[in-house]
Design a protein around this ligand. Structure first.
Ligand SMILES: NC(=O)c1ccc[n+]([C@@H]2O[C@H](COP(=O)([O-])OP(=O)(O)OC[C@H]3O[C@@H](n4cnc5c(N)ncnc54)[C@H](O)[C@@H]3O)[C@@H](O)[C@H]2O)c1
Length: 363
């Protein structure tokens, strides 16, 4: 029987992954008083040793399987390639650890469902890193929708578009087996999460999607990410997905996610809600931290545009991790078993099925 030390001392955390995400997890957990990162795993042995020494981490492993066995570990934080999220999460949950997992939750809806089941069965927290929705502008928009309202939102447009942004062309990100997909599974979870959060968590009931991988296959569109770890050497996934989603209330969403395109797009994230009374648009080019919101209404028969002064200070990843730690410490874990995150994976999964089969897919 695994014991947790959270009720009598510091929270003991193990982090899997040494890349951008793993390092962010490590630093975010380590900065929280009463949290100790006691284990770290990753295949880059020099970096493992350096990070271990810099943070005084006693247990260092090249394989995650050793990390989940560490004695009195309370939390496993997952920042590995996508295909491993499911295995690591289930092994950790079955050993009584709480799990903080990077997006995408899993590479298939079936895999994500298993994770949710294991989280409920073991009564441990399962949280997915949806840091984008913690942006101050997304939070402002949600409050505006709750307090002032847009009327019935009948259609939304949601996108993340890059001109040249294939992460590590020929790395694990472009391997179907390791990534589970391309642009959609990489960027889509953030866009879908923010969108569904703004809309108040409606269910998507059907999707019709197309996927293209021409640019990646032709060798165009790589992002310069020198820190990207070496990988499989092939481009097997899509670089653009366009989809129409039907929601349970009859409203619709036009979704477009692309890693690359010979056009003006740079690193543009956009979410636009069209309501009967008003509309709201979040437009974030290059992770911009101010002037990202517009509200469109009518007053006295004339169009009015509101530009709220919302500054986005950044640091959303540490915020999500701090919230996760708070939930774990609270002992009140109901509603924190990954159920809402699962729906994002179901939508991505359905889009891939729809694109492969050339037809609308119902969820
Ligand atoms: N939430 C966000 O904004 C955000 C940002 C970047 C990445 N991510 C996600 O984080 C995850 C990692 O992305 P990254 O860019 O850091 O990737 P990366 O390739 O830079 O790092 C992956 C790490 O996993 C380790 N790893 C692989 N197999 C392992 C094994 N068997 N045992 C132990 N460690 C193993 C590698 O050694 C490496 O250190 C991905 O799922 C990605 O989608 C999320």
């Amino acid at each position: 029987m695994t014991t947790t030390s959270s009720s009598h001392g510091s929270l003991r955390v193990g982090v899997v992954g040494l890349g951008y995400a793993g390092t962010t997890h490590l630093e975010s957990f380590a900065a929280i008083p009463g949290v100790e990162v006691v284990a770290l795993a990753g295949k880059e042995t020099d970096r493992l040793a350096a990070l271990g020494a810099a943070h005084g981490i006693p247990h260092l492993f090249e394989d995650w399987r050793d990390l989940v066995e560490v004695d009195r570990l309370d939390v496993v934080s997952i920042a590995s390639p996508n295909a491993r999220h499911n295995d690591i999460a289930i092994a950790a949950l079955e050993r009584g650890r709480h799990v903080f997992c990077e997006k995408p939750m899993a590479i298939t809806a079936a895999g994500a469902r298993e994770m949710v089941r294991a989280s409920h069965a073991g009564n441990r927290v399962l949280e997915v890193a949806f840091n984008h929705r913690r942006r101050a502008d997304v939070q402002w928009a949600r409050r505006y929708i709750e307090e002032t309202g847009l009327g019935r939102v009948y259609h939304s447009r949601a996108s993340w578009k890059r001109r040249s942004g294939i992460p590590g062309l020929a790395s694990w990100f472009t391997s179907a087996a390791m990534a589970g997909g391309g642009a959609l599974i990489d960027l889509g979870p953030h866009v879908l999460d923010s969108l569904l959060f703004l809309l108040g968590e409606p269910r998507v009931v059907a999707v019709s999607a197309v996927a293209h991988g021409e640019l990646g296959r032709a060798g165009y569109g790589a992002m310069d990410r020198r820190e990207q770890m070496a990988g499989t050497g092939a481009f097997e996934v899509e670089d653009l997905v366009s989809a129409l989603l039907r929601l349970e209330d009859g409203s619709s969403v036009a979704l477009e996610i692309s890693w690359a395109g010979h056009t003006v797009d740079d690193e543009d994230i956009s979410i636009e809600l069209l309501g009967v009374e008003a509309g709201i648009r979040l437009f974030v080019p290059r992770y911009k931290g101010e002037d990202t919101l517009r509200v469109y209404r009518e007053a006295g028969g004339a169009p009015v545009t509101i530009a709220p002064a919302v500054r986005v200070p950044g640091g959303e990843h540490p915020l999500v991790i701090a919230e996760f730690v708070e939930v774990v410490r609270s002992g009140d874990w109901a509603g924190h078993h990954g159920d809402y995150a699962l729906h994002r994976t179901e939508i991505v999964d359905a889009c891939y099925r729809s694109a492969a089969e050339g037809r609308e897919v119902t969820l």
